[in-house]
Write a protein of this length. Structure first.
Length: 202
């Protein structure tokens, strides 16, 4: 199966406890349905050639906006550590239907973000999503921001023009200067900040 055949439910972060439990960021609006999902799959990032593996969910519980998962056969911290960074997924055909104005967060990963207010001008591709802050983490090219790296873009209806999940394209109309505010600092800027900090302490 290709990456587009999966619906991503969560991303495994780190061990949580001593008996194989692992905490995960939720990438679904339906966390309660983990109770109905005893058969899940663990997959690597889209750029990885590692095959998916089936995993049986033993139990789960919500914890501070995340979910803690315990898989059958994962019974130690070392077992859980080996799963760090993997995505929890189900086949896309099994996911719940959405209303017309909704979208699965997993469908946004890899999408090209285009600012139609300036051209249109491509910004970069969605690398991640912060569901708590409602932010797209977009990997940019140096030519787009002058700095390269990641920028954070609010995933707000006021900015959103259109989403085409099949074409992996998100069109937005962004306020002037937003990308500059949220762009990563350069090495030179970081050195200036460090120097300023030294001056304050002297």
């Amino acid at each position: 199966m290709s990456y587009s055949d999966w619906a991503i439910l969560a991303r495994l972060i780190r061990p949580q406890g001593r008996h194989g439990e692992i905490i995960a960021d939720l990438l679904t609006d339906f966390p309660e349905r983990f109770a109905d999902r005893k058969r899940l799959y663990l997959i690597a990032s889209e750029s990885s050639s590692a095959p998916e593996r089936e995993a049986a969910l033993e139990r789960h519980w919500l914890h501070k906006g995340r979910v803690v998962l315990k898989f059958c056969g994962v019974d130690s911290i070392n077992d859980a550590e080996a799963l760090r960074g993997l995505f929890v997924a189900i086949p896309a055909r099994e996911r719940a239907p959405l209303s017309d104005d909704s979208v699965y967060l997993s469908d946004l990963i890899g999408s090209e973000v285009v600012d139609v207010a300036s051209g249109p001008a491509p910004i970069g591709r969605v690398k991640d999503f912060d569901p708590d802050a409602g932010l797209l983490v977009v990997q940019t090219e140096k030519s787009q921001t002058g700095k390269g790296g990641e920028v954070l873009i609010p995933f707000a209806k006021n900015y959103l023009v259109s989403i085409d999940p099949a074409a992996k394209r998100i069109e937005m109309r962004l306020p002037e200067g937003l990308l500059d505010i949220n762009a990563p600092i350069t090495d030179e800027e970081r050195r200036e900040l460090d120097t300023g900090g030294d001056d304050e302490r002297s």
